[in-house]
Write a protein that binds this ligand. Structure first.
Ligand SMILES: [Zn+2]
Length: 65
Protein backbone atom coordinates (compact mmCIF):
# COMPACT_ATOMS: atom_id res chain seq x y z
CA UNK A 1 0.00 0.00 0.00
CA UNK A 2 1.29 3.45 -0.89
CA UNK A 3 0.06 6.94 -0.18
CA UNK A 4 1.42 9.44 -2.67
CA UNK A 5 2.54 12.88 -1.46
CA UNK A 6 1.27 12.22 2.06
CA UNK A 7 4.43 12.77 4.11
CA UNK A 8 3.91 15.52 6.68
CA UNK A 9 7.60 16.43 6.53
CA UNK A 10 8.52 16.46 2.82
CA UNK A 11 5.26 15.66 0.97
CA UNK A 12 6.91 12.47 -0.25
CA UNK A 13 5.31 9.07 -0.80
CA UNK A 14 4.43 6.91 2.19
CA UNK A 15 4.52 3.14 2.18
CA UNK A 16 3.62 0.56 4.77
CA UNK A 17 6.12 -2.03 5.87
CA UNK A 18 6.64 -4.53 8.63
CA UNK A 19 9.58 -5.42 10.82
CA UNK A 20 10.00 -7.41 14.02
CA UNK A 21 8.39 -4.56 15.96
CA UNK A 22 5.23 -4.67 13.87
CA UNK A 23 3.65 -2.69 11.06
CA UNK A 24 4.60 0.88 10.40
CA UNK A 25 4.23 3.57 7.76
CA UNK A 26 7.27 5.45 6.55
CA UNK A 27 8.24 7.92 3.87
CA UNK A 28 10.14 6.66 0.84
CA UNK A 29 11.86 10.01 0.29
CA UNK A 30 13.01 11.19 3.73
CA UNK A 31 12.58 8.05 5.83
CA UNK A 32 10.22 9.79 8.24
CA UNK A 33 8.33 7.22 10.28
CA UNK A 34 4.78 8.22 11.13
CA UNK A 35 3.81 8.56 14.78
CA UNK A 36 0.72 6.46 15.71
CA UNK A 37 -1.65 9.46 15.49
CA UNK A 38 -0.57 10.31 11.93
CA UNK A 39 -0.64 6.63 11.00
CA UNK A 40 -4.27 6.38 12.11
CA UNK A 41 -5.18 9.43 10.03
CA UNK A 42 -3.57 7.96 6.91
CA UNK A 43 -5.23 4.57 7.44
CA UNK A 44 -8.65 6.18 8.02
CA UNK A 45 -8.23 8.10 4.78
CA UNK A 46 -7.30 4.89 2.96
CA UNK A 47 -10.29 2.93 4.26
CA UNK A 48 -12.59 5.79 3.27
CA UNK A 49 -11.18 5.64 -0.26
CA UNK A 50 -11.52 1.85 -0.34
CA UNK A 51 -15.14 2.03 0.82
CA UNK A 52 -16.29 2.64 -2.74
CA UNK A 53 -14.46 -0.41 -4.11
CA UNK A 54 -16.59 -3.25 -2.59
CA UNK A 55 -19.73 -1.68 -4.05
CA UNK A 56 -18.16 -1.49 -7.49
CA UNK A 57 -17.10 -5.13 -7.21
CA UNK A 58 -20.57 -6.21 -6.10
CA UNK A 59 -22.06 -4.45 -9.11
CA UNK A 60 -19.71 -6.37 -11.40
CA UNK A 61 -20.62 -9.73 -9.79
CA UNK A 62 -24.40 -9.21 -9.96
CA UNK A 63 -24.20 -7.96 -13.55
CA UNK A 64 -23.09 -11.43 -14.70
CA UNK A 65 -26.23 -13.17 -13.37
ZN1 LIG B 1 9.07 12.50 3.80
Amino acid sequence: MMWQKSCSRCQGDLFDAEDRFGRYIACAQCGHELPPAEEQAVLAQASRAAATTPQAKRRLVTAGR
